[in-house]
Write a protein that binds this ligand. Structure first.
Ligand code: SAH
Ligand code: SF4
Ligand code: F3S
Length: 476
């Protein structure tokens, strides 16, 4: 379970329950206060920053204290049943709070809002507002409507909305790393996945606005941007000014050219779409991190077919080989689902042996959770018993733990360039940073005059399966 815990800490359900707010402005200057909690993937966290920006211009300031909020928002995730259960539990807590604060509004945003639509208003009366991921511009009018006691819903999905012109209000207090959304929605129809239904059709954001946002972040002192999309490699934007097409490789290059001091990451790559052009672009720019998240989902071709992933085991392996050929020093991470419909022990073994081949540096592993409305729910029976799913998950987690430890051990006695992101959680005498490979490094601050956002080279002395420990060798 520990590896799963590590995986989830950094991935989608990671920051569940953790609330954070945009305090870049003095909340006292606003008439009303909002409180927002975000669940799910990085896209949701990025969206909450768009929502904060819209609310700020409507006279709402952020608060970290739900007790003093006039508006309580939950930006929700539907990817697995567990994610929805957590949100429901939280809503019940807020409902209790509302009894003592009758004017307070509760709003549900994000994927669960899109999936359940007005159900939560009508049947369970848990919320006052339901707002889908493409409807955040209508928040001001929905709030006015809810203020008058009417139930307010907008779950319309759009084919165009990218919020390109809205400058997100950064809600972290880190000031070094930021997410930049480059596209929305997903046109793939992986049979297990709810995202195409909650996020709608795929659309790419204006490349100029992406570059402008990354430039502004760099000017504010940020040193790492992660370009976000469900499937970044299918980014496609027509530049009418130049009469050209901007591909993901082109966009990556434009962002990398902002400054060699700005690290660029991206997520997520669908194995079917990542091109050699992208790999060569990564190779050309030192500041594009050598790290690719390449979710495989299963090692069995038969299961991959049922999942509608559109590649086979062999095709995936060939892609991994290609990455290693063009980028010999690239770390690769993955997502795996254990116990998808009809999965046999043999299919499970295929996942196991694929993992042995790929030796992922990082993996996010889940057991299959049937989602209403998905292709798998309609076509197949969720027939792998829960205890079998969980046992298989434990087996792949145990195997991955060996691989991740080996991957960390390979870095011991080597030197890496590290971007300092802040204090180590355990000690303010230590810095926390990451290598280009996305591995966490903890090292003593000592006498060096370098701070958050600075680059150092760190000699790695020791490691665990999740963390590298070292000492500063030089300040860059
Ligand atoms: N767009 C990304 C995935 C987003 S969802 C991609 O295609 O890679 C993140 C991960 O959640 C998926 O990769 C998958 O491993 C997992 N996931 C999605 N639906 C799931 C389900 N119904 N049950 C269990 N895990 C699921
Ligand atoms: Fe879901 Fe597949 Fe789209 Fe990823 S690519 S969001 S798994 S449908
Ligand atoms: Fe969850 Fe929606 Fe992201 S379902 S994983 S928040 S796109």
């Amino acid at each position: 379970m520990e590896m799963l815990a590590i995986a989830e800490k950094e991935h989608d359900e990671s920051r569940q329950g953790e609330a954070f707010s945009p305090f870049t402005n003095d909340p006292n200057q606003y008439q009303r206060k909002f409180y927002i909690e975000s669940y799910g993937c990085a896209m949701n966290f990025a969206d909450s920053e768009v929502v904060a920006s819209i609310l700020n211009s409507e006279g709402f300031g952020a608060t970290r204290n739900v007790e003093e909020a006039d508006l309580v928002l939950l930006n929700t995730c539907s990817i697995r049943e567990k994610a929805e259960q957590t949100v429901r539990k939280r809503l019940t807590e807020f409902k209790t709070l509302k009894r003592s604060r009758p004017g307070m509004l509760i709003g549900m945003l994000g994927c669960m809002a899109e999936r359940l639509k007005s159900k939560l208003l009508e049947e369970e009366k848990l919320v006052d507002m339901v707002v889908g991921p493409d409807a955040y511009r209508s928040l001001p009018s929905l709030i006015s409507q809810a203020d008058t006691g009417q139930k307010a819903v907008n779950v319309l999905l759009s084919r165009e909305e990218t919020y390109a012109d809205i400058s997100p209000v950064r809600m972290d207090d880190n000031g070094v790393c930021a997410f930049v959304s480059i596209m929305r929605g997903c046109n793939n129809m992986c049979s297990f996945c709810v995202v195409p239904f909650t996020r709608g059709r795929e659309r790419s954001r204006d490349a100029y606005s992406v570059v402008a946002e990354a430039e502004a972040l760099f000017a504010q002192g940020y040193r790492e941007v992660t370009l976000l999309g469900q499937n970044v490699d299918s980014y496609y934007w027509v530049d009418e000014k130049q009469d050209t097409i901007v591909t993901f490789a082109n966009l990556l290059e434009k962002v990398a050219q902002i400054s060699p001091l700005l690290r660029v990451r991206f997520s997520t790559s669908h194995p079917k779409d990542i091109t050699d052009e992208v790999l060569h672009t990564i190779a050309r720019y030192e500041n594009i991190c050598n790290y690719i998240h390449l979710p495989v989902q299963s090692g069995s071709t038969r299961i991959l077919q049922l999942m509608n992933r559109t590649y086979t085991r062999e095709w995936y392996i060939a892609k991994v080989n290609r990455i290693r050929e063009i980028l010999p020093d690239c770390s690769i991470s993955t997502d795996i689902i254990a116990g998808f419909c009809t999965e046999t022990e043999e299919d499970h073994q295929d996942t196991y042996t694929l993992m042995e081949y790929c030796k992922y540096d990082l993996a996010y592993m889940y057991f299959y959770s049937e989602r209403p409305g998905t292709l798998a729910e309609r076509r197949y029976t969720d027939d792998v018993p829960e205890e079998v799913k969980k046992r298989r998950l434990q087996e792949i987690i145990a195997l991955h733990r060996i691989h991740s430890l080996e991957s960390m051990q390979r870095d011991v006695n080597k030197t890496f360039k590290v971007l300092i992101e802040g204090n180590s959680k355990k000690s303010d005498q230590h810095w926390y940073g990451r290598t280009d490979h996305n591995k966490v490094v903890i090292f003593p601050k000592e006498q060096y005059k370098v701070g958050k956002g600075g680059y150092v080279t760190v000699y790695i002395d020791s490691c665990t399966a999740g963390t590298l420990f070292g000492t500063v060798q030089s300040v860059l």
